[in-house]
Write a protein that binds this ligand. Structure first.
Ligand code: B12
Ligand code: SF4
Length: 504
């Protein structure tokens, strides 16, 4: 290192650099839960874990502030305070990210960007000074080193996957927890399967990488010490990719951790083969899991084979879902229409499947080809791609030139959404689910906002909305037949309100 570089390095370590970490706004989507969150006076689902993790990797002496535009305004004062802006985001946050980048540029702020959107479309952001892509555990230290040496490059990227047992504890202290409905941590990254449309494995690999139990316990202690009581979502691609580790290490560790804690429950993403392992389900329930999101995709065997979702093929998927519900986990599901093998009969089959399975929260999307996936490669070779992906797989748009007539596909898609979230069908599905669901004691953390949410639901769903009769029928049924699950019935009714509003 030259003397000049050494001086620069000391400057980076010693001088107080003010870093503004900015998370752009989500548009109004299925997962934004915008209309549901208003009932509990929360502004967003969860804080941006990527930025909190990045913040923990920056030099200790640097001052850090987080502005999540979903819960707070980005003010001129914030921008004036900052020496540099660190921006993250998913593709769905693109418009807001562009506005933020323009504002930073207007006041002459240097911009460092990373996270899923910048990693998948790095060429779309010429104004960004430094693109620190892929997993920051690998690329950020390289950027910081070059910065300290006075020679930071524009793009940092890697094809390696990080050892997440060495990821630092996210800087929870930057977050105002009261504004969020859930906290978020991450137990693992990666998924062993190989579905053709999936971008997860492109980004995070086929090997499940898990954090150590001590590391997770320390992260949970951090959240708990800051006063959080309530749901904690774990941002896993497929938590059960390494069942042995879960059974022998992580889940027993969580069970021990929760013994003297109150009000913390977990949700995560898993694959359907969870249904094959009653011991694993029971351990998850004992460890405080209440909800699992599962990519069901389609009840059509040919479409499952076509997209390489072989683990879902040749199974009784409804029975699998019910096995998991009966053991005490709520199943949320992802569904896709628009596969080459789909015929117009698929729309009614999806509706029937979703209803019979009692999957109350069903995220249905048109097949989209995300850059980097096997599907994207195939369709590109076949000349069947158009437009860019919006980043929202449930907005009824697609960049795929479908085999089915496109108007038929779009109309069929809209029919599914209109039907499954119509008050009559949606409230009936809540009952189908609650009949199966084994309610676990001490699972719900109710605070005053939840009680107020109940009264707000009476006004919005029981007085103002169409479907009020079904709402009252559900409440009366739940009060007498499933009294312990009554708050859950109200929550699910509110979700339906959100889905109806967000799909117009
Ligand atoms: C949790 C999660 C959610 C949560 C959101 C939580 C929140 N804070 O709002 C929920 C369930 C709401 C959600 C919803 C959606 N999600 Co989501 N989600 C995830 C998941 C499983 C984990 C995200 C996470 O916290 N990871 C942990 C942190 C540590 O990782 P990270 O954010 O990637 O950050 C790392 C790097 O990217 C980098 N980094 C991140 N930011 C920055 C910034 C800088 C400056 C730098 C240098 C580095 C850097 O460093 C970090 C450490 O390595 C990921 C998959 C995954 N494994 O990451 C998908 C993922 C982010 N979601 C995705 C998508 C598409 C969606 C949805 C559109 C629909 C869907 N298919 O699920 C919706 C949209 C959201 C909305 N509100 O409408 C995609 C995004 C793809 C893309 N290119 O945008 C992902 C990658 C999954 C996938 N491949 O399909 N999601
Ligand atoms: S099981 Fe889910 S996460 Fe795994 S490859 Fe398939 S779609 Fe992706």
């Amino acid at each position: 290192m030259s003397r000049k570089e050494e001086e620069h390095s000391v400057l980076i370590e010693e001088s107080p650099v003010n870093v503004l970490l900015i998370y752009p706004e989500f548009s109004d989507t299925f997962w934004s839960f915008k209309y549901a969150l208003r009932f509990i006076r929360k502004r967003a689902f969860a804080p941006p874990l990527g930025l909190l993790t990045v913040a923990a990797m920056l030099p200790k002496k640097w001052e850090k502030r987080l502005v999540d535009v979903n819960v707070a305004k980005l003010t001129d004062k914030d921008l004036a305070w900052a020496d540099v802006a660190f921006i993250s985001g998913m593709t769905i946050q693109r418009d807001s990210a562009r506005e933020i980048i323009a504002r930073c540029k207007d006041v002459g702020l240097k911009i460092v960007a990373g996270g899923p959107m910048f990693t998948t479309e790095p060429d779309a952001f010429d104004e960004v000074d430094h693109l620190v892509l892929n997993e920051a555990e690998i690329t950020l230290p390289l950027f910081l080193e070059d910065l300290a040496n006075g020679c930071p490059k524009r793009v940092y990227t890697t094809t390696e996957f990080a050892d997440i047992r060495r990821s630092p504890m996210p800087l929870w202290e930057l977050v105002n927890m009261r504004r969020y409905a859930s906290m978020i941590i991450q137990f693992s990254r990666g998924c062993p399967f190989n579905c053709e449309f999936c971008s997860v494995t492109e980004m995070f690999g086929h090997r499940t990488r898990l954090k150590s139990t001590d590391q997770i316990v320390a992260e949970l202690d951090g959240i708990y010490a800051q006063g959080w009581r309530g749901p904690v979502f774990s941002g896993d691609d497929n938590l059960i990719g390494s069942k042995r580790y879960l059974k022998e290490e992580l889940l027993p560790g969580l069970i021990r951790w929760r013994r003297d804690k109150e009000g913390v429950q977990f949700a995560t993403e898993v694959s359907i083969n969870l249904a094959d392992d009653p011991e694993l389900i029971q351990l998850m329930v004992d460890a405080g899991f209440t909800t699992v999101f599962i990519g069901i995709e389609t009840p059509d065997q040919d479409s499952l084979t076509e997209c390489g979702k072989n683990l879902n093929a040749d199974r009784d998927l409804v029975a699998d879902v019910k096995t998991i519900q009966r053991a005490g986990l709520q199943v949320q599901g992802g569904f896709i229409v628009g596969f080459d093998s789909d015929t117009p009969a698929i729309f009614q089959r999806q509706i029937d499947f979703i209803q019979r399975s009692g999957i109350v929260t069903a995220m249905v999307g048109l097949l989209q080809a995300i850059p980097g996936t096997r599907l994207y490669e195939r369709l590109s070779k076949e000349g069947r791609l158009r437009d860019a992906v919006t980043g929202d797989n449930a907005d009824g748009t697609t960049n795929v030139v479908s085999r089915m007539n496109f108007e038929t596909l779009q109309e069929g898609y809209r029919r599914i959404m209109r039907t499954i979230y119509s008050p009559r069908i949606h409230y009936a599905r809540i009952q189908i689910f609650l009949r199966e669901y084994k309610f676990q004691k001490n699972r719900t953390h109710l605070d005053v906002q939840h009680i107020l949410a109940f009264f707000r639901s009476i006004y919005h769903l029981g007085v103002k909305s169409r479907g009020r009769l079904q709402y009252w029928k559900l409440l009366v049924w739940a009060a007498f037949r499933r009294p312990k699950a009554f708050p859950l019935a109200v929550t699910l009714a509110i979700y339906g309100y959100h889905f109806r509003k967000s799909f117009g």
